[in-house]
Design a binder for this molecule. Structure first.
Ligand SMILES: [Fe+2]
Ligand SMILES: [Fe+2]
Length: 255
């Protein structure tokens, strides 16, 4: 039994199809990533979009995103980032989210694994937070399937990535999530976006990863600075263990 996951993050799309973020036309690189996934990983089981989907946080942008996902939608799950409007996400993707008023989380079981998405959106803030009630929900989800290896997605990384300006806008109150992951041996992987770069670390025995954006990349300098690396995404093959790798957009994908 195994399950194949693709993670796409920080698309920063605009309602304007020509919209540009720090010199990068975000729809063009996102479409390039989708085409590359279709070419190279068409057998994926789930496509997880881990936030910062709409730079302008406009309803129309989410509608265009839904259109772009097309018939992949039933294989998609979404969590919000700081650059997202939770109400618009709920309006445009009603089948993907819990009822009104609840955080935009998901939990699914596939290939013997449990895959969970957390909502770290904090209104008006760049940093994130996972509230106590949501941690209780996570605790209950983990308790339902204590024997299932688990992958947890959250937009804001729960550990410092050692890039000063990004760590200042990380996950507030991360210690509670870290403690829960540390006390839950079935959590094998925690994976985030937000920092627009590849990073790997750990919480106890759990691996922690971050993933490049589908548009602009940040460098590892202490102040905000861009990296010319190509757009990227991450794949996971989950079976007896987990295998993961980052893929970058082929140069041809830019044309
Ligand atoms: Fe982002
Ligand atoms: Fe973010």
């Amino acid at each position: 039994m195994s399950v194949n996951i693709v993670q796409v993050t920080d698309t920063h799309l605009f309602s304007d199809p020509e919209g540009v973020l720090a010199g990068v036309p975000t729809w063009k690189t996102f479409r390039g990533v989708l085409e590359q996934i279709e070419r190279n990983h068409p057998d994926f089981d789930y496509l997880i979009l881990t936030g910062d989907l709409a730079q302008d946080e406009a309803l129309e942008t989410y509608q265009k995103l839904r259109e772009a996902l097309g018939d992949w939608l039933h294989r998609c799950r979404i969590i919000p980032g700081n650059h997202d409007n939770p109400a618009h996400l709920r309006t445009v993707f009603p089948e993907l989210f819990p009822k009104e008023g609840a955080p935009l989380t998901f939990s699914l079981s596939a290939g013997g694994w449990k895959i969970i998405g957390l909502d770290s959106h904090l209104p008006g803030e760049t940093k994130g937070r996972v509230e106590a009630a949501q941690l209780e929900w996570l605790r209950a989800e983990l308790a339902k399937d204590p024997g299932a290896p688990t992958l947890v997605f959250v937009h804001h990384p729960p550990v410092a990535i050692k890039v000063e300006w990004l760590d200042r806008v990380g996950l507030e109150g991360a210690d509670d999530l870290i403690a829960l992951v540390g006390a839950s041996p079935q959590v094998k992987v925690v994976c985030a976006g937000h920092v627009h770069q590849e990073f790997s670390g750990s919480i106890g025995r759990a691996a922690v990863y971050t993933t490049p954006s589908t548009c602009v990349q940040f460098s590892r300098r202490s102040e905000k600075d861009f990296d010319p690396k190509a757009a990227g995404y991450r794949i996971f093959r989950l079976g007896d263990g987990h295998h993961t790798e980052v893929h970058r957009l082929d140069p041809a994908g830019h044309s």
